[in-house]
Design a binder for this molecule. Structure first.
Ligand code: SAH
Ligand code: SF4
Length: 347
């Protein structure tokens, strides 16, 4: 038998071509696409589709699912963390956060990650495989249906490096923003990368209109190389040049993530060097007191250090904010729940 089609990763045009070339009428494609994007898990649930077409779909295709394996709700701020499992049993994490302007979801793009950043729980778990577009959509749909909410913002900041799964991530972004799909606009999508320089240029050229967030975490190559292996491949100057280009090509301001680790990257001298490097760039800096991951020995910077960074960056007119800590009681930092699940015998 030929391989089953991952129908939820297909565009409306592709589904149209599939069914028309198999003798079914064109208008059925929109109905099928609509059902799949509502989060159904079985073709037999498509009540307005004739049996013959359902049979064809059942024998040619499958609907990928994101099942809830675990769910934790924060007592403090209603942040919800999920561990989802896919058709093959692999698991990833996602977090739903509620803000004044609506709900935001942080989703995963890979099972594990190859990049090996030393402070990251996901990096420590190794790499298993990349996610399909349908598995990224599934995380959002399952969460929306479970919580009975409509999610308005997506951040690709969960497990995995999105630009290391470029084609699937781009396809996902196009599907999730399409009118007939979940219809979440490009402006409400943020992609976070550890800095795969050639892929940043490729992304800029697609003019998607999404926000790029770059995990910088250091003011120079020497410190960056201590915590981020990718920094040995691309220098900080090459990375910042790609970010300038992203702004020039897309008009979208780049955000820099800076995890503050006590005694590693949080001195006044580090802040001054960072301010110097980012001088003149249209950007925003997100300071994140590092989440302690077992076995790293890293400690988060104190409030005084955080304020000092904000003040030094402000002198160069660079805005910096400390990211609100959500779900601190449920280990909302990605990779931690999965590690716990694995240590209890899960996949
Ligand atoms: N791979 C991408 C996106 C996923 S990681 C990237 O690295 O950008 C999402 C963000 O969480 C990144 O900014 C990452 O550096 C940060 N992060 C990972 N582990 C962390 C920890 N223990 N404490 C604080 N931030 C962390
Ligand atoms: Fe991968 Fe991002 Fe974690 Fe680095 S911080 S190991 S790139 S998920």
């Amino acid at each position: 038998m030929s391989e089953m089609l991952d129908i939820k990763s297909m565009t409306l045009d592709e589904i149209t071509e599939l069914i028309v070339s198999n003798g079914f009428p064109k208008f059925r494609a929109k109905q099928i696409f609509g059902w799949i994007n509502k989060g159904i898990t079985n073709f037999n649930q498509m009540s307005n589709i004739p049996t013959e077409l359902k049979n064809f779909l059942n024998t040619s295709s499958y609907i990928s699912v994101a099942n809830i394996e675990k769910k934790l709700v924060s007592r403090y701020d209603n942040t919800v963390k999920y561990l989802f499992s896919f058709n093959d049993g692999e698991c990833v994490e996602a977090v739903v956060m509620s803000y004044k302007h609506g709900y935001s979801i942080c989703i995963s793009t890979q099972v594990g990650c190859k990049m090996g950043c030393t402070f990251c729980a996901t990096g420590k778990s190794g790499f298993s495989r990349s996610l399909t577009p349908s598995e990224m959509l599934g995380q959002i749909e399952t969460a929306q249906n479970d919580l009975d909410i409509r999610i308005s913002n997506i951040v690709l900041m969960g497990m995995g490096e999105p630009l290391d799964n470029f084609d699937n991530v781009v396809r996902f972004i196009r599907l999730v923003s399409s009118d007939d799909g979940l219809n979440i606009g490009m402006r409400h999508i943020t992609l976070s990368t550890c800095g795969l320089v050639p892929k940043i240029y490729e992304l800029a050229d697609l003019h998607l209109g999404i926000t790029l967030s770059v995990s910088l975490h250091a003011p120079n190559d020497q410190i960056r190389r201590k915590t981020m292996p990718i920094a040995r491949k691309y220098s900080i100057e090459e990375l910042l040049q790609a970010c300038r280009d992203y702004f020039k090509t897309t008009g979208r301001r780049v955000t820099f993530e800076y995890s503050m680790i006590s005694g590693v990257n949080d001195s006044d001298a580090n802040a001054k060097e960072l301010a110097q490097r980012l001088d003149g760039m249209n950007c925003h800096v997100n300071l994140i007191p590092v989440n302690t991951v077992e076995g790293t020995g890293y400690i988060k910077s104190n409030i005084k250090r955080q304020q000092s960074f904000i003040d030094i960056l402000a002198e160069k007119n660079i805005t910096a904010t400390v990211r609100r800590t959500l779900g601190s009681d449920i280990n909302a930092s990605c990779g931690q729940l999965k590690r716990k699940h694995q240590s209890e015998g899960g996949k």
